[in-house]
Design a binder for this molecule. Structure first.
Ligand code: GLN
Length: 501
């Protein structure tokens, strides 16, 4: 420990080592908070943060230092982390990336935020994201990042001309650039896994229901899940152990299962592990560079004693239309609460009540959100409900069954996270369909409610990071983290650092 503290910069410490150094009083929480706050000022051009409040962060850090002095320490005591701006927080404004919620202050903390704080985590600030978590590039945010006058996109630390991925793009960029040792994210159709892959970090979306959705601004309630984003599986295990667990009184879809300690099984052997490789994940759409890195990672697993088993997920392609019916349907319902009455933005000039609703929503929502509200309202409307929404629900069920058949042959499933590396800013221009299609490998697991993760697995075109996706059966987070950790002990992709940070 003393070694790593003297030879490495503070921001190079893992969450694990940081927690240890804090406990051993080799560093204080205030020192760490100041160090990271300074870094986010120095790298403000990345646009990762949308809210920073130094006074609040330092007060939290001082409180953690006092607890450490008194000898009562939580698992994350004094460790600074940052939250995706989709989690409501009482000490920081919450926008969900939307003009609609600009300046909104929640009277309470999201359960995930409260759980991490209860274990001693200190909040560094709030991280940029696509509006209401709808997007794949973070270019749908309507909020100007801290230190910038205008709305500018979050930049990928590996190449400032590329997107960081989305919707948890601020989270991924902040962790990759060492502006925070870890961050929270949310994943509805890939929003933890894809930005983690694009920024070369590690992220895990747990089983649907494992983490409470209370206080997460809702996008598609049957899909939304919170999870940690950090540099390693070991650090993700630490955070996940803290943020998961039942919250039955406040989230009716929360699973009634006790929290787990995911650190315990990280070292388990993966000798004889059966890794299912879905043929549909390696078709025409997969770019050659991503394919090469993913195949090399699978070879590495064979060297570690795992066996590759060819499997089929025959309805992979259908996951795109199915998701882009179900998610907008739920979004159109969830977003009806933003009417200018109870939350956030209200139009200034209006005639009657209906006019107030219309103007408020026309001004408050961005294009992508409006598109989804319209699609959602359409597929739920009388006359189209059976043809679209109901049909999509049936196929969703079949996709879940396909996974159960696959898990008869294998223990975990592995493949690419996305068909390409991070694309250029504005690379998809005004073509939302191009974004939607790039979600093909993350959507199936989301629709089935399965846990999934992304781990760094090399570099592709333009020296941009490539992620390997691991998908487990329900409640197999411990196994996924173990399989990821074993890979990270044998490789150093996750330890690579973008230049200039
Ligand atoms: N890219 C997907 C979408 O735009 C997934 C987003 C998410 O997981 N929040 O809906």
């Amino acid at each position: 420990m003393t070694d790593s503290l003297s030879t490495h910069a503070l921001h190079d410490l893992s969450v694990h080592d940081m927690a240890l150094a804090l406990r051993n009083k080799q560093v204080s929480s205030v020192e760490l908070a100041q160090h990271f706050l300074q870094r986010s000022r120095d790298h403000a051009h990345l646009g990762a943060f949308v809210a920073i409040d130094e006074t609040t962060t330092l007060a939290q850090a001082q409180a953690a230092d006092r607890r450490i002095a008194q000898g009562s320490v939580g698992a994350l005591e004094g460790v600074p982390i940052a939250h995706k701006d989709i989690f409501v927080t009482k000490d920081f404004a919450t926008t969900a990336g939307s003009r609609m919620l600009k300046g909104y202050r929640s009277p309470f903390d999201a359960t995930v935020v409260a759980k991490l704080a209860a274990d001693g985590a200190v909040t560094l600030g709030k991280l940029n994201c696509d509006e209401f978590a709808m997007g794949s590039s973070n270019e749908n945010s309507a909020i100007a990042p801290v230190g910038q006058e205008a709305v500018t996109p979050v930049r990928n630390p590996w190449n400032a001309e590329r997107i960081p991925g989305g919707s948890s793009g601020g989270s991924a960029a902040a962790v990759a650039a060492r502006l925070a040792p870890a961050a929270t994210g949310t994943d509805t159709g890939g929003s933890i896994r894809q930005p983690a892959a694009f920024c070369g970090i590690t992220g895990i979306k747990p089983t649907y229901g494992r983490a409470s959705r209370y206080g997460m601004v809702a996008f598609a309630s049957s899909l939304d899940q919170a999870g940690p984003m950090a540099r390693s599986a070991q650090d993700c295990a630490l955070l996940l152990s803290s943020l998961c667990g039942p919250d039955l009184d406040r989230d009716s879809t929360s699973l009634d299962m006790p929290a787990e300690n995911y650190g315990r099984s990280l070292q388990d052997s993966i000798e004889g592990l059966r890794i299912g490789v879905p043929q549909e994940f390696f078709g025409e759409g997969l770019s050659a560079d991503v394919r090469a890195s993913v195949e090399a990672a699978l070879k590495q697993y064979e060297q570690l004693g795992a066996k590759l088993v060819p499997i089929s997920l025959p309805r992979t392609e259908l996951s795109i239309p199915v998701y882009y019916i179900i998610a907008p349907a739920e979004a159109s319902s969830n977003l009806s609460r933003f009417d200018g009455v109870k939350f956030g933005h209200r139009a200034k000039d209006y005639g009657d009540l209906a006019d107030m609703y219309k103007k408020t929503r026309a001004e408050g929502f961005g294009d992508e959100v409006k598109r989804r509200i319209m699609i959602g309202a359409y597929v739920l409307s009388h006359g189209y409900y059976d043809a679209y929404y109901l049909q999509a629900q049936k196929i969703r069920r079949m996709i879940a069954v396909d996974f159960q058949l696959a898990f008869k042959q294998c223990d975990v499933i592995a493949g690419p996270v996305a068909p390409s590396v991070a694309w250029k800013l504005d690379g998809h221009g005004n073509d939302p369909l191009a974004d939607y299609l790039a979600d093909i490998f993350t959507l199936p697991g989301s629709l089935a409610g399965l846990p999934g993760m992304s781990i760094p697995a090399g570099f592709g075109e333009g020296h941009m990071p490539v992620g390997l996706q691991l998908i487990g059966n329900y409640m197999q987070e411990a196994r996924l983290l173990n399989v990821a950790h074993r890979f990270q002990q044998a490789t150093d992709w996750h330890a690579q650092m973008p230049k200039g940070f």
